[in-house]
Structures are given as structure tokens and as C-alpha cells.
Write a protein of this length. Structure first.
Length: 207
């Protein structure tokens, strides 16, 4: 049986980037897509890496950028405020490729246009996270952080509005993408680096 390989057909950086863009688009749109939940890395306390999963909410191609939602009082916000350099790691287990994306984050709070757009696009059920307690606080007992009255239902519109000031959108430039494609005939690794003027440089790396 012939095993399909990425090396069997000629492929350019342009074609690899097209594949990357397609899967980032799908990652935003499809809950089951593996790119829907990347690992986000921030720098904590000036030097320690801090990793967690977030949901990919937006992807823009020109200029390339990504965004996720979070609670204003989440520790990652303080980390980003003191150091906006962030990374995302994505892996597609069926297509067998990994992306390591580096960028600079911007925090969008209440009153900002992107904040308004994303708040309106957020279902009432998902708004619960922002009505409740801020994440990562020490508690004497196990708690959901949700107000008692909305533990087993979605808040109505009015109740959900209490979360608006806690809701933040974090967007990030895409400054570089390191793409590793796994393959039976040998892996392939490509690097895309964006310049200030929106143009990008390409390189091949040893995997
Ligand atoms: C599947 C999944 C999706 C998640 N999505 C988000 C998200 O979009 N935003 C977020 O702030 N936390 C999300 N979390 C929770 C974070 O991983 C993390 O536990 C929380 O945000 C606290 O992180 P921090 O203390 O570093 O701020 C998600 C967790 C999982 C398992």
C-alpha cells in the first residue's frame, strides 16, 4: 500500500501558508476543530513561562492576527500588561502539523470596538464566566465561581450584562509562524516572519 507523503508533490511556502490560513479559519468556526483550542503562552513574573488552553475566537489574514476572550482579572492579563510577547501552540493530529505562533498582544476592554463586536457575538451561556468570580483565586472550598442563580441555566440578557465589564478580548499580531509537518518520509519545517510593512520572509528549517 502506498503511503501518502507531503514530499510526493512539490509544495511552496505559499501553499503551506494557504493550508495554515485554512485551518486557522476552521479553528475559529468549528468547535471540534483541533485549532479551536490552542495553548497560549505568556511570560509570568518577568521570566517564567505560563501556559494554558484558550478558545480561538478570531483570525485575520491581513495583517495576520488572532484573538481570544478572557476575564479582565485573570492572571494572564497582568502578565500581558507587563510583557505583551505571547505565543500560541496548535496541533492538528489528523493532518499531523504543528504551528508555533509568536506575536504581541493588545487588551481590548469595554468601550473598544472589537470588545463590543465580540461581546455581542458571545452567547448568554458563555457570558456566565464573566458574571462569576475571576479565575485563579484561592478558595477554602471547591467552587464553580458562578452565582448560585445561574449555576444550571444560562443568564438572561440583563443578567449577562453584569459580565460585560469583566469581559476582555485579547488580540495578537502574528509576528512569526514556525510550522512543523510530520511525515513518514521525513518531517518538514517552515518559518514565516512578518515585517512591519506587512511583507513576510520565508525560510526552511531542519525539523
Ligand atoms: C478547552 C478549554 C478552553 C478554555 N478557554 C479559555 C478561554 O478562551 N479564555 C480563558 O481565559 N480561559 C480559558 N480556559 C481556562 C484557561 O485554560 C485557564 O485555566 C484560565 O483562563 C486561568 O488562566 P490564568 O490563571 O493563566 O489567567 C480554557 C480551558 C480549557 C480546558
Amino acid at each position: 500500500m502506498k503511503v501518502e507523503s507531503i514530499w510526493d508533490k512539490p509544495q511552496s511556502h505559499g501553499e503551506i501558508l494557504k493550508k495554515i490560513w485554512k485551518h486557522l479559519d476552521l479553528g475559529v468556526l468549528e468547535r471540534e476543530h483541533p485549532f479551536h483550542t490552542p495553548v497560549l503562552g505568556t511570560v509570568a513574573g518577568g521570566c517564567t513561562p505560563s501556559l494554558r488552553v484558550v478558545v480561538l475566537r478570531r483570525f485575520w489574514r491581513r495583517p495576520p492576527a488572532l484573538a481570544f476572550h478572557t476575564h479582565f482579572s485573570a492572571p494572564k492579563i497582568k502578565e500581558i500588561q507587563s510583557n505583551p510577547n505571547i505565543s500560541f501552540a496548535f496541533y492538528h493530529p489528523q493532518k499531523k502539523f504543528q504551528l508555533r505562533v509568536k506575536g504581541k498582544a493588545t487588551i481590548h476592554t469595554d468601550g473598544d470596538e472589537l470588545h463590543e463586536e465580540q461581546w455581542l457575538a458571545t452567547e448568554f451561556f458563555s457570558r456566565r464566566c464573566y458574571v462569576g468570580e475571576a479565575p485563579s483565586q484561592i478558595s477554602k472550598k471547591a467552587v464553580s465561581g458562578l452565582p448560585e442563580e445561574i449555576v444550571d441555566r444560562a443568564p438572561n440578557k440583563e443578567e449577562s450584562e453584569a459580565g460585560k465589564a469583566n469581559f476582555v478580548v485579547v488580540s495578537s499580531t502574528i509576528d512569526s509562524i514556525d510550522c512543523l509537518e510530520l511525515d513518514v518520509k521525513g518531517n518538514r519545517r517552515s518559518l514565516f516572519t512578518w515585517k512591519e510593512n506587512g511583507e513576510f520572509a520565508t525560510d526552511w528549517l531542519t525539523p
